[in-house]
Write a protein that binds this ligand. Structure first.
Ligand code: SF4
Length: 405
């Protein structure tokens, strides 16, 4: 959405903070696909994707997502797996799941229409204060703030705010200031201008104060202490855990199971495995485990007991350990090690832990390959079909290892 001429005429000669910011925004803002639309759904998609992800990464995902799911109806009637598959590679999959839940809520409760008001937007699953503020102000011109990490940083410098920015008190304080600064005309432009300032000028590590349009309104700058802000709480160290992974292979097929709907990588598919925290003392001793210990770990990883017989045999013969490769989440690092267990190709389904072949029941669609069987959140799937499955990027090295063999 463009900064309108109305607003530029309105602020001509005005040296207030918002006028300076909006004049700069009109001249310097980047052309981004979501800035040419006033469609609340498209704005929602862009805002969710932009959380914790860079603009250049988001653009192709945004365009593809809108091609496949151009509106609330298409998103809400798609399967979760379809949505997660399109999201694959963008990370933080819970964002996609929550947006999908939000679309279903809108279809069920609101006739497939996006609410036009901030408070009502907050009732939609997956829409928090920031996203509600962005949609309400940009699409519906409501005067509300949209406060994300970028905005917290910029405002903390503008106000030389000497408290940690992540607290509720800081949020309330910033919100009050933003509402006071926000113009009546085009409040969404003001919010976007502040975000753009944070992205292009008032960046996290090297704010370019010399080219900043609002230096005269910036307390941090005027006090010569920009480097002090934002004040942050002490960071929690990332927990490192070993993720022991069992790759069960049957010719071209590999065994996957779906992760629980809560927690890390919720609802995605995985090669089964267990997390071993360093306190359990197993990290460096994996190669020394007895057959019985291997078997116990396998039982923790795979609730399906029909595979036990074959696994016992395999552990008895010894299995080479592959890896490690590392994968980093926001609060955790996985050190991924894996073993590959080969099963005879012609075992009966029953022995493979698949007691009956069931159609995906509308929740999961693979391509036309007949190789896969999907039952109760478990499946055997051909290696060449893995690209069509929401399998976390964390397992990329394992897939490459399998393809190379
Ligand atoms: S003057 Fe510097 S610290 Fe202040 S808003 Fe501009 S870039 Fe950020």
């Amino acid at each position: 959405m463009n900064v309108s001429n109305d607003i530029l005429i309105d602020i001509a000669g005005d040296r207030s903070f918002s006028a300076l910011l909006l004049t700069w925004y009109a001249a310097e803002k980047r052309d981004l696909p979501w800035r040419t639309t006033g469609d609340p759904y498209s704005i929602w998609v862009s805002e969710v994707m932009l959380q914790q992800t860079q603009v250049k990464t988001v653009i192709p995902y945004y365009e593809r997502f809108l091609q496949l799911f151009p509106g609330i109806e298409q998103l809400g009637t798609a399967s979760l797996e379809e949505v997660l598959t399109v999201w694959r590679g963008l990370g933080y999959y819970s964002r996609a799941r929550r947006m999908w839940e939000g679309a279903r809520y809108l279809l069920d409760q609101r006739g497939g229409k996006m609410p036009t008001d901030y408070e009502a937007l907050l009732l939609v699953p997956g829409i928090g204060k920031y996203t509600a503020g962005a949609i309400a102000s940009i699409a519906f011109e409501q005067r509300v703030a949209a406060i994300d990490g970028n905005v917290l940083r910029v405002v903390s410098r503008l106000l030389a705010w000497s408290e940690p920015v992540e607290t509720a008190r800081s949020y309330r304080h910033f919100n009050a200031h933003l509402l006071a600064w926000q113009p009546t005309l085009r409040p969404g432009d003001f919010n976007q201008a502040l975000m753009e300032l944070g992205a292009l000028v008032c960046t996290p590590t090297k704010p370019d104060c010399e080219s900043c349009p609002v230096t005269q309104a910036c307390e941090g700058y005027l006090q010569g202490e920009v480097h002090l802000y934002p004040i942050k709480k002490l960071k929690v160290k990332r927990q490192v855990v070993t993720r022991l992974t069992f790759v069960l292979r049957r010719g071209e097929l590999v065994f996957l199971q779906r992760r629980p709907s809560q927690g890390l990588l919720a609802d995605l598919w995985e090669f089964p495995g267990v997390e071993l925290s360093q306190e359990e003392g197993l990290d460096d001793s994996l190669p020394m485990l007895t057959d019985g210990e291997w078997f116990e770990l396998f039982q923790k990883a795979v609730p399906e007991r029909a595979l036990d017989g074959r696994m016992r045999e395999q552990f008895g013969q010894g299995l080479p350990l592959h890896g490690p490769v590392w994968y980093t989440f926001s609060h955790r690092r996985w050190k991924i090690c894996w073993v590959i267990v080969d099963f005879p190709e012609l075992l009966e389904n029953k022995m493979m832990g698949v007691s009956s072949l069931k159609e995906a029941g509308g929740t999961y669609r693979l391509d036309s390959s007949k190789d896969h069987l999907l039952v109760d959140n478990k499946c055997w799937v051909a290696l060449h079909d893995l690209t069509g499955i929401p399998l976390p990027v964390a397992f990329k090295a394992i897939v490459e290892d399998l393809r190379a063999k």
